[in-house]
Design a protein around this ligand. Structure first.
Ligand code: FAD
Length: 305
């Protein structure tokens, strides 16, 4: 390579997450084109630097010690939205609620569910994000993926979608995504979105620092079909507090940073809640939240079956 690309050093990451927790990254950059992105990925590979991609940081817990590698956040043209007839092309860094609102204004239906998912398009693809029966895979037609080796295209079938997961690995960045939508009445689409927003407001806390669902819903018959939130609720976890972190009074599966919480405090609340659910139901809850950096899992985190 001709030289190191320009990166910021010792860059604070807490402000890039919705829970506002985490130490600094050794290196940080905001690529605005696929070319820049590939250059940065190739540099990180050459330097053997670990790689972290941050979208809206809405399902991300970053270690208090930060990240000893390169963190990337897509900006500029890699966060824009364009339309050609019923097909919408989004940069991986485009915010899903803005995309939903924009396409609704264009009279295009299929992305209404994104109104309540405060992540980016790339993060939503990586996490197979969904809400209220809307399915990303139903409207997604293809994505561009950047790696240290270049850019390739993939279809939803290539992405191995499963519940809140895909097969995208470290070093694979969703730089663009295409959605095929259906024409619809603007007012009807906006009405559906308003209804979804209303339902969400009733069920979940708003205006708090959180990363959304902490644990995935268990696929375990001992749960008796109950969601993670229900199991946590039934084991008295609402309001469970460690330091500045607590499980929300309104939705027990949401951790809230109510007073300068650290990642260590969040992990302790998660561990305590997990033990309570295991003790009462025999179910082991697994995190939905993704982590970045050297996470210090509490010593009692592991639970024997
Ligand atoms: C209040 C609230 C409500 C929520 N409701 C929902 C909901 O209804 N349904 C739902 O599914 N989720 C929900 N979430 C969780 C979250 O919004 C989703 O998981 C979202 O898809 C994460 O996107 P992000 O851009 O914030 O990703 P981040 O949190 O920044 O990152 C999550 C993971 O995706 C990776 N990633 C991010 N961008 C890219 C990219 N361009 N290419 C490759 N990998 C990438 C990251 O490296 C990380 O591993 C909610 C969160 C909050 C805070």
């Amino acid at each position: 390579m001709s030289g190191a690309p320009s990166t910021a050093e010792d860059f604070p990451l807490d402000r890039l997450t919705t829970i506002r927790i985490g130490g600094p990254a050794d290196h940080y950059a905001e690529p605005e084109s696929e070319e820049d992105l590939v250059t940065l990925l190739a540099w990180a590979a050459d330097e053997a630097l670990p790689l972290g991609i941050v979208g809206s940081g809405s399902n991300l817990l970053i270690a208090d010690s930060g990240f000893r590698g390169l963190v990337l956040k897509l900006r500029g043209p890699l966060a824009e939205v364009e339309r050609v007839e019923n097909v919408v092309e989004c940069g991986g860094g485009a915010r899903l609620p803005s995309v939903s609102a924009k396409v609704a204004g264009w009279g295009l239906s299929g992305l209404e569910f994104g109104v309540n998912i405060p992540g980016t398009v790339g993060g939503a693809v990586r996490m197979n994000a969904n809400a209220y029966g809307g399915e990303l895979g139903r409207v997604l037609t293809r994505v561009s993926i950047c790696t240290a080796g270049g850019v390739r295209e993939a279809t939803p079938d290539d992405l191995g979608f499963s519940y809140r997961d895909s097969n995208l690995g470290q070093g694979e960045v969703v730089s663009r995504a295409w959605f095929s939508l259906s024409p619809g009445e603007v007012e009807m689409i906006k009405g559906t979105m308003a209804e979804m927003r209303g339902k969400r407001k009733e069920a979940q806390p708003s205006g708090i620092k959180t990363f959304g669902s902490t644990f995935v819903n268990p696929n375990d018959e001992r749960a008796g079909g109950k969601s993670a939130g229900m199991l946590l609720d039934e084991t008295g976890c609402r309001g469970l507090t460690v330091g500045g972190a607590r499980l929300s009074q309104k939705h027990a599966n949401f951790v809230e940073n109510f007073d300068s919480a650290t990642a260590a405090e969040v992990l302790k609340v998660m561990s305590e809640a997990r033990h309570r659910v295991h003790a009462e139901f025999g179910v082991i809850l697994e995190p939905e939240v993704q982590t970045l950096g050297d996470i210090d899992w509490p010593t009692d985190w592991e639970i024997e079956e």
